[in-house]
Design a protein around this ligand. Structure first.
Ligand code: FUL
Length: 488
């Protein structure tokens, strides 16, 4: 009898265990990533979307763009300098990272470097006791804004420039000062520009990059060729309409004009994750000039669509004036810019719609349904199709009210944490083709050429991809500033 009882008990236990195991087995795992992948810091950078550049130095006082290196430090005297005002302007623009030119090509240092006197030390500003970098960093940190620094490799002042060993040691010494003294930096900018005062000067990039990572492991290194962020290949803020975050670093070199097209589009076969940053100035020049004024809002929006809307980060330069403040007119424009972005994107008309897809990974309850493209997570929840074909998958949004939807912008985002995949896609509204595109990446914005669409059914079809597409977010938006027929 007891034997029978034991037997029955054991069977029940096994049955229960089997039930638990089989329930466990039903949880569908995420698909494998497609290499290369972004690093943690690159993902953080990408999500910032809009960041700010600040060009400030002796050029601010001489009405020039490239200083000669012969400027007298006595000209540097920003009597109304207030880094808090810069940071407020950045925050008004919704910017979470600001990059300052600690040293531009003229060699003048905005911090009291112990390796040169050509710095704020010899200026009348605060009787030579000031430190722009320190005040900038403190103001930003106090408001939760991240910082980065630009340290120009090209130096038109220092006598060591032209002597490879001496100058590289000098440059590294300054980099160590900046990276060790001012807390966490999120980005360091290595500019590829090199002038005629020593055209054969070699920069020891490997040593520079290794030391930068040693001193700050989460820093993103920007240069024409990365290693973390690449130049987009122009200074007008415009990425290629095809823009891969992947590229082959072995095909890149710094300061090489012949690779700008490659930088602009990236490479679907690229084995390195190296997304592009689009640097552009709010004014014509990088430094402040009394004769210049900020770009119109419509220009800034155009740049936003051509950078953020093409899988890049927009690095918008806003130069402080000779008082040491960002001019009111620029502050105003930054506010308008942010207000416009919020107006366009804060409402997603697709939120009130139903959404369906050609198939979904793991079936109806697999956790990878198209509804993931309408939640607020734009990275780690996503729609994944149900098979491993690289073409033909689609997702469809259906309006619920009879009137249909009024929109002129379509936003598509890939779950780039698992690799950039989409090569070609098309968008139909009520069966009519309204947009065609290639890459998507972190964010693709289609501003509809024919203006507003009133539609009931919006279908996004991925016609070609490197692996099954993973879509993390979709938006249908109305941009009241977009008037394609006005020749904007
Ligand atoms: C260029 C420099 O020559 C400009 O002066 C500016 O700093 C721009 C961001 O990069 O290469």
């Amino acid at each position: 009898m007891t034997k029978l009882l034991y037997f029955l008990l054991t069977i029940t236990l096994f049955q229960q265990l089997g039930y638990v195991i089989s329930r466990r087995e039903q949880v569908i795992t995420p698909p494998l990533p497609v290499l290369p992948l972004p690093s943690y810091s690159q993902l953080k950078w990408q999500q910032r979307e809009l960041i700010m550049f600040v060009h400030f130095g002796v050029n601010t006082f001489t009405d020039s763009e490239w200083g000669t290196g012969k400027e007298n430090p006595a000209i540097f005297n920003p009597v109304g300098f207030d880094a808090n005002q810069w940071i407020s302007a950045a925050m008004d623009a919704g910017v979470s990272l600001v990059i300052l030119t600690a040293k531009h090509h003229d060699g003048f240092c905005l911090w009291p470097s112990k390796y040169t006197d050509h710095s704020v030390k010899l200026s009348p500003w605060k009787n030579g006791t000031g430190d722009v970098v320190e005040e900038f960093v403190n103001a930003a940190k106090a408001r939760g804004v991240d910082v980065g620094l630009y340290l120009s490799p090209w130096d038109r002042h220092d006598k060591r420039y032209g002597n490879d060993l001496q100058y590289n040691e000098y440059y590294l010494a300054q980099m160590q000062e900046l990276l060790a003294r001012y807390g966490n930096l999120r980005e360091i900018w290595f500019d590829g520009a090199k002038g005629s005062n020593a055209p054969n000067m070699s920069y020891y990039f490997s040593e520079w990059f290794a030391m930068a990572k040693e001193l700050q492991s989460s820093i993103n290194i920007f240069s024409d060729a990365g290693p973390d962020v690449r130049w987009v290949g122009n200074e007008n803020g415009s990425a290629g309409s095809t823009c891969w975050s992947t590229i082959n670093r072995t095909s890149l070199s710094i300061g090489n004009g012949s690779i700008v097209d490659y930088l602009n589009t990236g490479d679907p076969e690229g084995t390195n994750w190296l997304p592009a940053e689009c640097d552009v100035s709010i004014r014509t020049g990088w430094f402040w000039h009394i004769s210049e004024s900020p770009k119109k809002l419509s220009n800034l929006l155009e740049i936003y669509y051509n950078s953020v809307g093409r899988n890049c980060v927009m690095l918008l330069n806003v130069p402080p004036n000779s008082t040491g403040l960002i001019s009111d007119i620029d502050v105003q424009r930054l506010r308008e810019f942010r207000k416009a972005i919020n107006t366009i994107f804060s409402e997603n008309l697709a939120d009130k719609c139903t959404i369906e897809a050609s198939s979904q990974r793991g079936g109806k309850d697999g956790g990878f349904g198209p509804e993931n493209a309408l939640d607020t997570d734009h990275l780690w929840t996503y729609w994944a199709p149900g098979d491993d074909k690289n073409e033909g998958h689609w997702i469809r949004i259906n309006a619920q009210d009879q009137k249909g939807l009024k929109f002129n912008v379509i936003r598509i985002q890939e779950a780039i944490g698992l690799g950039q995949r989409i090569k070609e896609h098309v968008v139909y509204v009520d069966g009519k083709l309204v947009a065609k595109g290639s890459t998507v990446g972190y964010k693709k914005l289609h501003r509809l050429e024919n203006g507003v669409e009133y539609g009931h059914v919006v279908k996004i079809k991925v016609t070609k991809s490197r692996a099954p597409p993973l879509i993390s977010s979709i938006g249908l938006h109305f941009d009241p500033y977009w008037h394609p027929n006005d020749g904007q």
